[in-house]
Design a protein around this ligand. Structure first.
Ligand code: PEP
Ligand code: MN
Length: 360
């Protein structure tokens, strides 16, 4: 991708004074449901009305979408409310049908981005389109796979591109449905600063209570927009019931978000500072998380030592760790003095943990 500025022309041309908003139900269920939600969103900041027509479900037997019939309902949404429309496409036939029904924005879902074969099939079917095409991150935290998807579309002469960050799947139980791993989105921004970046807090959180916070973090990290699942009766939605919000809540969320509009140098400075501070917060949480994990491993070593009745302090091993870390630290611009201090503190905490276990 040579001229990355052209990637954001479609977004800049919209001249928005707020982040781009894509909202609507996870799935189109019935014509009444789709139109009801659309009419409630009509006079809000929502730019694109979304609805899943073909639903990729993790396990068979769940509602798998109404199919092509739902595209007609989206056309009605456009005719009745003036909102543009958006849906997920997962194969060449979906693309053909979506284009025939004049859907304005197509996105590639997380389960499709993982497969270069599928992305290529979609790219070929879309070749040269002037529709907006957004690529969700793959289910697994693999930046190269995500970038590969974008490159395949760009190579197929699709210039109105963007990406959606919807979090990553993990075996570990966390408070998120899909952990945000913000550093991956930050890295993507560093590589392609002009590529429009949209956050999908619905699939990151899996829980409507957390949508505001995740949306705010995304905006503080310079995201360009939000995709938020919206349903008039979230609890009874046919898919993703726990994470959908009502149109009223969505409008409230948009009202409450601190939206940065850099208008002068002072505002620019503060926006930049805010964004950097959010990056620091992300890094700090990761530090605590990784230290917690390290301590858990250390506890296991403590239990082993207890079983075998060996001493907690193993100086040879400790000197080896220190030597390696000083070298690694140097390569990251960290002084020897700092690395020593930090590892002494970590080591002390580790010894405290192990002694507690041994004395138990
Ligand atoms: C969706 O947006 O409804 C969806 C299925 O998302 P994802 O591909 O992120 O799971
Ligand atoms: Mn969904």
């Amino acid at each position: 991708m040579k001229n990355t500025k052209e990637l954001r022309t479609w977004l800049d041309d919209m001249n928005l004074d707020h982040p781009l908003v894509v909202a609507g139900p996870c799935s189109a269920e019935t014509e009444e449901q789709v139109l009801n939600i659309a009419h409630q969103l009509k006079d809000s900041d929502v730019n694109y009305f979304r609805a899943g027509i073909w639903k990729p479900r993790t396990r068979p037997g769940n509602f798998e979408g109404v199919g092509a019939l739902g595209l007609k309902w989206l056309q009605k949404v456009k005719a009745e409310t003036g909102m543009k429309t958006a849906t997920e496409v997962a194969n060449a036939n979906h693309v053909k049908l979506a284009l025939e029904h004049d859907i304005d924005l197509l996105w590639i879902g997380a389960r499709s981005t993982v497969s270069p074969f599928i992305v290529q099939e979609i790219a070929d079917a879309l070749n040269g389109t002037d529709k907006i095409v957004l690529v969700k991150n793959p289910v697994n935290p693999d930046l190269a796979l995500w970038l590969g998807g974008i490159e395949r579309l760009y190579t197929a002469n699709i210039k109105n591109l963007g990406v959606i960050h919807r979090g990553f799947s993990t075996y570990e139980k966390t408070k998120y449905r899909n952990i945000p791993e913000w550093q991956i989105a930050i890295e993507l921004q560093n590589r392609f600063p002009d590529l429009p970046l949209i956050c999908d807090p619905s699939h990151i959180t899996g829980n409507r209570e957390m949508i505001f916070d995740v949306s705010q973090t995304a905006l503080d990290l310079n995201f360009d927009g939000l995709m938020i699942e919206t349903h008039f009766d979230p609890e009874n939605a046919w898919s993703d019931a726990a994470q959908q919000v009502t149109p009223k809540t969505l409008i409230q969320i948009m009202d409450d978000l601190r939206i940065r509009k850099p208008t002068d140098t002072e505002a620019d400075y503060r926006a930049e500072l805010e964004s950097l501070r959010t990056q620091i917060n992300v890094a700090d949480s990761q530090l605590i998380d990784i230290l917690g994990k390290r301590m858990k491993v250390s506890d296991k070593i403590g239990a082993l030592k207890k079983e075998k009745n060996v001493a907690v302090l193993q100086s040879k091993r400790w000197n080896e760790i220190l030597g390696n870390m000083i070298l690694e630290g140097e390569s990251k611009g960290l002084s020897e003095e700092f690395v020593l201090k930090m590892f002494k503190a970590i080591h002390q905490e580790s010894i405290n943990h192990q002694e507690k276990i041994i004395k138990k």
